[in-house]
Design a protein around this ligand. Sequence first.
Ligand code: THU
Length: 143
Amino acid sequence: MSAARLSSDVSASDEAAIAARLPDYLARSYARYSNFTVASAVVDEQGGVHFGVNVENAAYPSGTCAEQTAIGAMITAGGRRIARVYIAAGSDAVVQPCGACRQRIGEFAARTCEIVSVQGGAATVRTPFWSLLPEAFGPADLE
Ligand code: THU
């Protein structure tokens, strides 16, 4: 991935490569309680790509979502602004981020951030992130 791109600028070939890799990450998901595997990729504004899977726990509420894991990877790598979030599920479902993950994504989402659902290794439904979290509570509220 090349550096210093604008948030809306994930090339079609980069997108195809990310979507094609998500099924491999689905196989790494730890979903022994729900059997609902989820994989996510967060692309930051520098073009860095950060993958994550859901990681469940015997103490059920301690489990983490795929998007949460991917955001943690982005922050750890030094990324701070999310351009796109790719989400794939092990079922045929078109998965949108859960409510808690919308809040987590919103903390870092660029104005033009998009959520892209991936099915069968290809991008399908594309949703403007902020349409999923209108009137959000965010960092500015604490200033
Ligand atoms: N899950 C995610 O990882 N991301 C979502 O956006 C929706 C739900 C996970 C959490 C749990 O491990 C499983 O899917 C079933 O809810």
